[in-house]
Design a protein around this ligand. Structure first.
Ligand code: PDD
Length: 285
């Protein structure tokens, strides 16, 4: 079965699906996106993802161009046509097609692409053994709260991690604190056993998984502090992990050359892996 993509009003086999060469997403990265997980055919935290999509659009003064219900219909239809029950949906909106000029075009229609594909959750091996991360300078712009398709700095970090035999790169700000991973939020359990993740603001993306894990941790009565942490603190941490729509909760057992604790995923991390997985199974939507 060939995969079907929705592009500006049409459902097309992916090899025929294309955007205009003067789409501003292609020329200027003038657009935003979302990645949403599906479990048992239902989207997980769909409302929160669509709220964040609307936030990103509004911050860039890009019109949504259709109602939320219409967008939800297209997403559901794209999942159905691709028979996606466990997987991810990718939604991209750009400022549309216009003759190349940096300033906003006077008239352009917001372009929409939706894709859906089946994808398995992180493997048992990742959960049992954990992942390695490297640290590297955060070279991004000042509005990391916007989920912009301008991901070049993130792409370079992920590639650097791969070449170093690691799975993620944690980006470090000039003050020595970790902002986040190239496509994940970063967490540690500090020396006092508190769960620590950076507070939201312009330095990071306000992850939807981050938010759900915070709520679940609170329900478990875990001590939580939303604050920046340094690379030195992370290397001395009792536990470390990362969160995102596709990584869910993934344990981190090594940061650069430093092994975290005994090199195995920590106790709280394992608890959060379980309860978040359970949440995805049951709370989808
Ligand atoms: N990445 N930080 C960054 C820079 C991200 O790109 C992402 C998501 C996250 C986690 O956000 P969420 O929990 O809402 O997925 C944090 C997506 C999955 C991606 O680019 O594929």
């Amino acid at each position: 079965m060939s995969r079907i993509a929705y592009v500006n009003g049409r459902y097309l086999p992916q090899h025929q699906a294309a955007v205009h060469v003067e789409d501003r997403g292609y020329q200027f990265a003038d657009g935003v996106y979302e990645v949403v997980a599906a479990r048992h055919g239902t989207l997980v935290d769909a409302e929160a993802h669509l709220d964040r999509l609307e936030y990103s659009l509004a911050e860039l003064h890009i019109a949504m161009g259709r109602s939320r219900r219409a967008l939800e219909f297209v997403i559901g239809e794209t999942m159905r046509r691709n028979r996606v029950r466990e997987g991810i949906v990718y939604i991209q909106m750009t400022r549309g097609v216009a003759r190349r000029d940096h300033a906003f075009p006077v008239t352009s229609r917001t372009a929409l692409v939706v894709m859906a594909r089946s994808q398995k959750p992180p493997s048992r091996q990742v959960v049992e053994n954990g992942l390695k991360v490297i640290t590297t300078p955060d070279n991004r712009w000042g509005r990391c709260d916007i989920k912009s398709v301008s991901l070049l700095a993130n792409v370079l970090v992920k590639q650097q991690a791969r070449e170093a035999g690691a799975q993620e790169g944690w980006m470090v700000r000039p003050d020595g604190t970790v902002s986040e991973g190239s496509s994940t939020n970063a967490w540690i359990v500090d020396g006092e056993g508190k769960l620590v993740t950076r507070d939201v603001g312009k330095a990071i993306l306000a992850g939807i998984t981050r938010r759900a894990v915070l709520a679940l941790a609170e329900r478990e009565k875990l001590e939580i502090v939303e604050r920046p942490f340094t690379v030195a603190e992370a290397k001395e941490a009792r536990e470390a992990f990362m969160t995102s729509t596709s990584a869910q909760v993934s344990p981190v057992v090594q940061i650069d050359d430093s092994v975290i604790a005994n090199g195995k995923p920590g106790h709280l991390t394992r608890l959060l892996v379980e309860i978040y997985d359970n949440y995805m199974r049951t709370a989808g939507g």
